[in-house]
Design a protein around this ligand. Structure first.
Ligand code: NAI
Length: 210
């Protein structure tokens, strides 16, 4: 399989959904699936699915469909799930603790450190990881390779936390604070906005009422 460059963001955003559904099929011992069947499950059209997967190489065979295990493995590899990502969480409040408690490690997203500015939280353990004082971050980043920093602090403090992570060599930021962060171009930032999802839900709910 040859990974092609310049894949559109829309296709990239659909890959996690393919990954999730194919994982479910694998767990249900489904060996192969046609684009039509996959389309019924996943909600994209069959031609959309064929087009999306064609961006990455020759998957599937005419009259056979897709080999579920192979396609799942290929999509995992395209997504970069075949390696581990050392991750630290900054801010151990509601969101930070929820993330620390969720089993993201099945994606290789390994939480190795949690930091907070509140002395009352420092020393408490979340799933065996002791919350450390935020001031220890620079030293921690000198001694550990960290790929991703998760920002879960109030928005007024998010930029300075981001700067600290970038200075320490962290290249990926998963930002929960409702602020657009400034960072050099080689830093990848993914913003999460649960509130946008709620607003969409509210809109769709009202639309059905009319
Ligand atoms: P929280 O108040 O429960 O936790 C924030 C934690 O950050 C506290 O433990 C605090 O001590 C710590 N903190 C503050 N400044 C810090 C600093 N400079 N360095 C290290 N730690 C610091 O807040 P919550 O509810 O967990 O929200 C966290 C962030 O996530 C906020 O920015 C909030 O607006 C945002 N949020 C985002 C959502 C989304 O969908 N993206 C949904 C809900 C909240």
């Amino acid at each position: 399989m040859e990974k092609k460059k310049n894949i559109s963001m829309a296709v990239i955003k659909r890959l996690p959904k393919y990954h999730r559904y194919l994982g479910e099929l694998l767990r249900n011992d489904v060996d192969r699936i046609s684009s039509k069947e996959l389309s019924e499950k996943i909600g994209f059209t069959a031609s959309q699915i064929r087009q999306d997967l064609n961006c990455f190489g020759d998957f599937g065979q005419q009259g056979y469909g897709y080999n579920v295990r192979e396609l799942h493995a290929q999509i995992s590899s395209i997504l970069g799930l075949n390696k581990d990502y050392n991750t630290i969480i900054i801010g151990a409040g509601n969101i930070g603790q929820a993330i620390a408690n969720y089993r993201f490690d099945r994606f290789g997203f390994n939480i190795i450190g949690i930091f907070d500015a509140n002395p009352k939280l420092v020393g408490i353990k979340i799933r065996d990881i002791e919350i450390q004082d935020i001031d220890r971050v620079p030293e921690y980043l000198k001694n550990n390779i960290v790929d991703i920093g998760v920002i879960c602090v109030p928005k007024n403090n998010a930029q300075k936390v981001c700067d600290k992570l970038v200075q320490g060599g962290v290249k990926g930021i998963w930002n929960f604070a409702p602020i657009d962060l400034d960072a050099p171009e080689d830093i990848t930032i993914e913003n999460v906005h649960l509130s946008e999802s709620v607003l969409t839900l509210i809109y769709l709910l009202n639309e059905k009422d009319q």
